[in-house]
Design a protein around this ligand. Sequence first.
Ligand code: TYD
Length: 211
Amino acid sequence: MRQGKFIALEGGEGTGKSTQCRMLAKALDTRGIATQITREPGGTPGAEAIRTMLLDPPGEGWGAEAEALLFAAARSDHVTTRIEPSLEAGRWVICDRFVDSSRAYQGGAGGLGDETITALHQIGSRGLRPDCTILIDVPAEVTATRLAKRDAGNSDAIGGRGTEYHAAVRQTFLELAERDPGGFVVIDGEAGPDEVHSRIMAALEPLLAAA
Ligand code: TYD
């Protein structure tokens, strides 16, 4: 039975998710809540190996379906061997990306559609959903500047896709959030890290109050 809470941070490239995951884990720690911080693709040795194959693909790279299956396979291992056991042990799991990334990237921008991604997630991970998905939304112009600094032309196979692809990712994330207001919180990520962190903590107050 799930006792801990499961929080996923989502958003496009360079929206500050990783920084916010660390800040959130620290804040929860201060409140005496045991946390487990993890990421996708990755989080287990097997899923980290799949991450390398996805972000630095061999040969010509993967087709859309193979890519989606690899993300689902990595997630299946991560859910079964790390996320669910942590939740059962009462820890709060903070995950840097989860299934909504597959819905936005492979389903929306990649054209496979939401039904396909949801079906793969059902098969791979029994449809596990976060208690709350925090979508950090930042306009494309702002992330472009941040990424130019961060990646300096060395982006990975997915991050390096064109501006149209990333615009479709952002659009899909926003649509997913609009369709499920109970499951998502959209945070404006244009402000500095401290301000974004405060907004995230405010959004999580109902979950924290119930913990
Ligand atoms: P990440 O390292 O979190 O990228 P960033 O720090 O730039 O946000 O994620 C790696 C890449 O994998 C990123 O381009 C998004 C992509 N991705 C998918 O396409 N589908 C998925 O299901 C996940 C989890 C990530």
